[in-house]
Design a protein around this ligand. Structure first.
Ligand code: NI
Length: 170
């Protein structure tokens, strides 16, 4: 497996709407494997293909704790088909916005349909942190980052901190 290069804010690929996957073949499964490997290596719990420079509708998620068995979810062409009226606020971070976190309000539960690793259609009702992860990752496929959901003032402060952190690390 190959660890892929991560694209960070403000790379333009993160703002692009990703394209639907049309062919389910060995190269797609290789990409799913590599994305999962990359996500684990970065201690992330979700990764979308645009974050590794590939503008296609592909997401991997694993919200299992470190002391639990891995429970990877592979989602190709995922689509949210239901959102709860109930909203919930949760702190989010993103591998493309390293070192930063912010509270985001989203529907508490969602139902998502997608194609799995084996090319089979699936439906999943997600709540709790899985609902957050699914919505955060699917947003990436439409060029939306979690910082697009917070107030302009909070976003400016967060981006200032990101900038400062990058300068310190440079
Ligand atoms: Ni993210």
């Amino acid at each position: 497996m190959t660890k892929l290069k991560l694209y960070e804010y403000p790379h333009p690929i993160l703002k692009k709407k990703a394209l639907k996957v049309e062919s389910f073949d060995a190269s797609l499964r290789k990409l799913l494997d590599d994305m999962l490997e990359t996500m684990y290596a970065c201690n992330g719990c979700g990764l979308a293909a645009p974050q590794v420079g590939i503008s296609q509708r592909i997401v991997v998620i694993d919200i299992a704790h470190e002391d639990e068995e891995p429970a990877p979810l592979y989602m190709v062409n995922p689509e949210i088909i239901w959102r709860s009226d109930e909203q919930k606020i949760c702190e989010e971070g993103c591998l493309s916005v390293p070192g930063q976190r912010a509270e985001v309000e989203r529907p508490a539960s969602v139902k998502v349909k997608y194609i799995d690793y084996n090319g089979k259609p699936q439906e999943l009702l997600a709540d709790e942190f899985l609902a957050v992860a699914v919505q955060h990752e699917l947003d990436h496929l439409d060029g939306i980052l979690y910082i697009d959901h917070i107030s302009r003032l909070k976003r400016q402060m967060l981006l200032k901190k990101l900038d400062k952190q990058r300068k310190e690390q440079a």
